[in-house]
Design a protein around this ligand. Structure first.
Ligand code: PXG
Length: 283
């Protein structure tokens, strides 16, 4: 495995950054998770765009432009000879002194790791997964805008632990007003009366690239698709439910907090979108 750090490649055992990097000390940095399908990087410019927007929101200067970043990602994929895989693109505040002040960090650290990801075993794409609602709420936008894909995932990790403790693979996270936001690393959709609904990013969700792609596919199929407020009741009363993410792609949901969704099997619209998404990424 060849790992890119600040313009050079290192083997897995030699790819190291300073313990004084503020990415490690404070979670001060941003990242993207991106997929490679058939040697092509899926939606690269959208991911790089989101990375630069996240960086801008935290006043982090990335020491290269977006075009150069896209080239660095593509070159790292080529160097690893990756046909199908997962890219973790990370920009940290860089090495500084002990103490929060990012002013002590001279230069951001850019890391590109190309590896594998298998978030969910294949059988779940046919059978669907169970969700539980976590008691850990999503950090409210007034505190930290969830559109910033930062290195600080503790809030989501605590919710993921709740899911695992309850025997589920993913957790629904509510905002501090009690509305559904998203899952720990996935956006969420419901289908009701043939219409798709997903929580509006203003409710406290990351603006997912898979979510946007699935909305485009759904619209092409003539399905109405809206971003709006979604409650737990809406999840329990949904005809169908699924989650979307770079790792998960489109994953059917068959129960939420012990309430069976639809007839307890992945719904027809969900299965269609799962298939359409796989065709699109392979094309
Ligand atoms: N919400 C959150 C909080 C996320 O972290 C998504 C939604 C889906 O966004 P995209 O743009 O991927 O459709 C994410 C994505 C991992 C991993 O390592 C996490 C994500 C993506 C890929 C891998 O667990 N998060």
């Amino acid at each position: 495995m060849k790992i890119y750090i600040d313009g050079k490649y290192y083997g897995e055992d030699d790819a190291k950054i300073s313990v004084l990097d503020h990415g490690l000390l404070y979670g001060d940095g941003v990242f993207e998770g991106i997929r490679v399908y058939n040697s092509r990087v899926f939606r690269l410019s959208e991911h790089v765009d989101r990375l630069y927007t996240s960086a801008k929101a935290i006043a982090l200067t990335i020491p290269m432009n977006e075009k150069e970043m896209e080239e660095a990602v593509a070159a790292t994929v080529r160097a690893n000879n990756t046909q199908d895989g997962y890219i973790r693109l990370i920009v940290t505040r860089g090495r500084g002194s002990l103490g929060l002040d990012p002013g002590s960090c001279d230069r951001a650290t850019v890391i590109i790791i190309v590896g594998d990801i298998q978030l969910y075993p294949e059988e779940y794409y046919k059978a669907g997964i169970k969700l539980v609602t976590a008691s850990t709420r999503r950090v409210p936008p007034e505190c930290l805008d969830p559109r910033i894909k930062s290195l600080n995932y503790l809030n989501n990790i605590l919710a993921k632990m709740e899911a695992r403790a309850a025997g589920a693979l993913e957790a629904v996270m509510l905002n501090t007003q009690g509305f559904v936001t998203e899952c720990t690393a996935d956006n969420i959709f419901i289908v009701k009366g043939g219409r798709l609904l997903t929580p509006h990013p203003a409710q406290g969700a990351l603006h997912g690239i898979t979510m946007r792609t699935v909305s485009e596919i759904a619209k092409k199929r003539g399905l109405e698709c809206a971003e709006s407020a979604v409650t737990q009741y809406d999840l329990y009363a949904a005809d169908e439910c699924f989650i979307t993410g770079t790792g998960a792609e489109v994953m059917p949901v068959i129960s939420v907090d012990g309430r069976i969704v639809g007839d307890g099997k992945p719904g027809p619209i969900t299965l269609q979108l799962t298939e359409d998404y796989r065709k699109l990424v392979a094309a």
